[in-house]
Design a protein around this ligand. Structure first.
Ligand code: NAD
Length: 359
């Protein structure tokens, strides 16, 4: 028998967003929000983040920011998908997770396909399987599987594009790469870079992840707080957001920043700070699109991994365009990347846009 959850839906009026809907379930103890920022290119695709937000406003701010970012990410990746995101505000220690995701699935079904959900921070493949029991508008539970290998490969392709742009070579041999965070994406990136002959420096707060990687690759380890100061060619942030800021940027001793982490810039103007330091920055939402590219390959068609890998390689071309245009217009790469996404969407660009980072 299918349980009908006591979800209460309300529409939120948010300027600049196509549709923002809130779902309260007081019985189960959660509030979910779905923001569809832009569906010009297709149904909005973006993950579901579960977090113990301090307030509804905080959750709303996050879902709005993240869904806008997905619009740019999906557009730049050449996908026929719009930008959307969902958040669930709850106490992860108290909530009945299975019931919550089932109820969330009914919320997604209620939206009738305007938004397609997927896993994100604190939501797993297993959770998405529960969502899938209630709605078909969920990706990542099909054939495409774990998106992380694709994200890592896309970052690798982006690094090659950056090296080519800066050093006029595709050969990474002998370059030093400092990697912050060796989880799902960072570890895979390290393995690939080591195969190419890079020297690797790593920092992670999780000693188990370091130990796992040590069984496969030779690298130097530094303390997490020291990773910004190590002399290297490329700094690859593969952990959390906001790590490029007025405190860390002056410390960097690299010529390029290229990693998987979302929201790398704390503020939009940090992109300009990197440019002034002549550090080539690969905008996070352009370089870390491999995962979403892979997911897109199972929406509305039979999944083919070979196609997904090939499509992921297009990230290199996208970054080459961003780097060239940044130099031509004397603008930071993050600003140029938004301009390019806006053009794909057929809109006029306003260079002083608000923060648009993605997760
Ligand atoms: P993960 O949780 O598997 O790995 C993150 C790693 O960073 C962990 O090993 C963690 O211990 C480490 N870490 C956390 N704080 C740290 C710190 N202060 N210093 C050093 N290390 C620290 O996550 P992931 O899936 O590899 O994702 C990494 C980043 O990439 C996230 O920002 C994520 O949103 C983004 N991203 C991931 C994907 C994907 O496909 N997994 C796609 C797009 C973006």
């Amino acid at each position: 028998m299918i349980t009908k959850f006591a979800n209460k839906y309300s529409e939120l009026d948010c300027e600049g967003y196509e549709r923002v809907v809130r779902c309260d379930n007081t019985e189960l103890g959660f509030t979910a929000m779905v923001a569809v920022h832009d569906s010009t290119l297709g149904p909005a695709l973006g993950g579901c983040r579960v977090w113990g937000y301090g307030s509804d406003d905080e959750a709303l701010t996050d879902v709005l920011r993240l869904s806008e970012g997905m619009t740019y990410k999906n557009a730049l990746a050449g996908l026929q998908l719009g930008g959307g995101k969902s958040v669930i505000r709850t106490d992860l220690n108290k909530v009945d997770s299975r019931a919550m995701f089932a109820s969330f699935g009914q919320f997604i079904e209620y939206l009738g396909g305007l938004y397609i959900t997927a896993e994100d921070v604190n939501s797993t493949l297993a959770d998405m399987e529960v969502v899938k029991e209630q709605t078909n508008y969920v990706a990542t539970v099909g054939a495409s599987g774990n998106p992380s290998p694709f994200t890592a490969y896309g970052v690798y392709c982006g690094i090659v594009a950056g090296v080519e742009y800066r050093l006029n070579t595709k050969n990474l041999q002998g370059l030093t790469v400092a990697v912050q965070g060796v989880g799902q994406t960072g570890a895979r990136l390290v393995e690939r870079l080591a195969e190419e002959g890079c020297k690797i420096i790593v920092a992670d707060i999780n000693t188990e992840n370091i130990a796992q990687l040590r069984m496969k690759v030779v690298f130097k380890e530094v303390k997490p707080a020291e990773i910004y100061d190590v002399p290297c060619d490329i700094f690859a942030p593969c952990a959390m957001g906001g790590i490029l800021n007025e405190e860390t940027i002056p410390r960097l001793r690299c010529s390029m920043v290229a990693g998987s982490a979302n929201n790398q810039l704390l503020k939009e103007e940090d992109g300009e700070a990197l440019r002034r330091r002549e550090i080539l920055y690969a905008p996070d939402f352009a370089i870390n699109a491999g995962g979403v590219i892979n997911i897109s390959c199972e929406i509305g068609r039979d999944y083919n991994a070979e196609v997904a890998w090939k499509k992921t390689e297009t990230i290199a071309g996208c970054l080459r365009k961003i780097f060239a245009r940044s130099a031509e217009l004397d603008l930071p790469t993050n600003v140029v990347a938004v301009q390019m996404a806006e053009e794909i969407l057929g809109r006029k660009t306003n260079n002083s846009r608000k923060m648009f980072n993605v997760a």
